[in-house]
Design a protein around this ligand. Structure first.
Ligand code: IDP
Length: 151
């Protein structure tokens, strides 16, 4: 089982899309093992997007990320990282395929509703940056044998 960090970015809250987006992960069969609303501090936003430092969209990206609350979620499942990225769609809303979260609800390059970790090492680092150990609740879902072909 893998865990991935999902951030429902400020536009997801402001546009009242939280429920619709969270439902997609639940309906897919993924498990929510941590979830909270927070304001992302400037320093955390800068660290989270450090790979984009120096690019023309970096400062506007930090402003956007810190402008309004976000909901951060730890999603768990087999191949959860890749599955969540596929469900999100490609970065730019205007390019994302219909059927994906960004493809269905976003048209902007920056305001694209959602972040999802892009690899196991990023997921581990990002979860540790946004959650304490106590905030992640590793309960046993009752439907696992129906979600996966295990008995
Ligand atoms: P990802 O969110 O799909 O993993 P990244 O390339 O890591 O995409 O970019 C991080 C975030 O930076 C994007 O989700 C988007 O909000 C913003 N972003 C990326 N490229 C651009 C751009 O060219 N213009 C404006 N914002 C951008």
């Amino acid at each position: 089982m893998e865990k991935t960090l999902i951030i429902l970015k400020p536009d997801a809250i402001q546009r009242r899309l939280l429920g619709k987006i969270i439902s997609r992960f639940e309906e897919k069969g993924l498990q929510i093992t941590g979830m909270k609303m927070m304001m992302i501090p400037d320093s955390l936003a800068r660290a989270h997007y450090v790979s984009h430092k120096g690019k023309d969209f970096f400062e506007p990206l930090v402003s956007y990320t810190t402008s309004s609350p976000v909901v951060v979620i730890v999603v768990k499942g087999k191949n959860a990282i890749e599955i969540a990225r596929k469900m999100m769609g490609v970065t730019f809303g205007s390019k994302a395929e219909p059927g994906t979260i960004r493809g269905d609800y976003a048209v902007s390059n920056r305001f694209n509703l959602i972040h999802g970790s892009d690899s196991p090492s990023s997921a581990e680092k990002e979860i540790a940056a946004f959650f304490t150990k106590e905030e992640i609740v590793d309960y046993q879902p009752i439907d696992l044998s129906w979600v996966y072909d295990i008995s």
